[in-house]
Design a protein around this ligand. Structure first.
Ligand code: PAF
Length: 283
């Protein structure tokens, strides 16, 4: 696996692959890679001739007081795991390779409305940071395919919309969520949970399943299901931010008897850790 830290090196590598008519698959990450990330590499590997990953803890998607400084950075282990999964190149840029005018300056990409609800409302500016860095990385790599985990379901929608709106000729693939045996969705932030908290956090997945079953089951109103879901999280010691059922295409509220194209989404805090998860009802 080749390692690059300079944008020009990455561009040259990708350009050379394109000249050879190779199909390029791209997996952007913030590192501290686990089985969930490796599954994204595997999907890119199956579909493409050349696979490149990036590891960049993007400062512009963290708000003041969020966990940017303590976000786990494990570049050596990341490189080993990527290589073992057949990744051909790893881009490990410094901040100035991505933000030549400084992280707070320069161009910002904003996905209006979709980027401002739910996660976007709880973390103002978060999706501006995500859309901006992904657009920059897309310009550098110019992949044919980019793979994103669907644990960050709203992020996936934001990236899809940004890709269409800015006319990037890139296919976006959403990869299934990889879970621990108790249902907890894999996340780099899980390592801040102790064993007891990991068990406690499994209530998130159970609540998502409960929300789906209630919605399909007895025709209860949306607000009632969402309110009881928050109560269930609270009773297990989590501090819910939201627990909602939305249309999976645009995260708008569903019609009362809508039966397809739905997703339940939860964000909740456990101690100092903010966890998100979702369940698409069509899965
Ligand atoms: O999902 C992530 O790890 C990040 O939000 C991404 C897409 C790599 C952008 O920094």
């Amino acid at each position: 696996m080749q390692l690059f830290s300079k944008a020009d090196e990455l561009r040259a590598w990708a350009g050379e692959r394109r000249q050879r008519k190779q199909r390029i698959g791209f997996v952007p990450t913030m590192g501290n890679l686990h089985a969930g990330h490796h599954s994204l590499i595997d999907l890119a590997r199956e579909r493409c001739d050349a696979v490149v990953a990036s590891v960049f803890v993007n400062p512009t998607q963290f708000g003041a007081g969020e966990d940017f400084a303590r976000y786990p950075r494990t570049p050596d282990a990341d490189a080993k795991g990527l290589e073992a999964h057949g990744c051909d190149a790893l881009f490990l840029p410094e901040v100035d390779a991505i933000y030549p005018f400084g992280a707070g300056e320069g161009v910002r990409v904003r996905v209006a409305q979709l980027g401002e609800i739910l996660e976007g409302a709880s973390r103002p500016g978060h999706f501006d940071g995500v859309a901006t860095v992904v657009a920059k990385l897309f310009n550098l790599v110019q992949p044919d395919l980019a793979v994103f985990g669907s644990k960050d379901f709203q992020q996936l929608l934001v990236v899809r919309r940004m890709t269409v709106d800015l006319a990037f000729p890139i296919a976006i693939l959403g990869a299934p969520i990889i879970r621990e045996p108790n249902g907890l969705a894999m996340s780099s932030r899980n390592q801040f949970l102790d064993a007891r908290q990991r068990e406690q956090a499994s209530v998130i997945h159970r609540t998502l399943l409960w929300m789906r079953d209630r919605w399909h089951g007895d025709g209860r109103p949306l607000a009632e299901i969402e309110s009881e879901a928050r109560d269930r999280l609270g009773e297990s010691g989590l501090l819910p931010d939201y627990a909602v059922i939305r249309r999976s295409e645009d995260l708008a509220e569903p019609a009362p008897r809508q039966s397809t194209g739905l997703v339940a989404l939860i964000a909740a805090r456990l101690g100092s850790v903010r966890l998100i998860d979702n369940l698409q009802f069509d899965d």
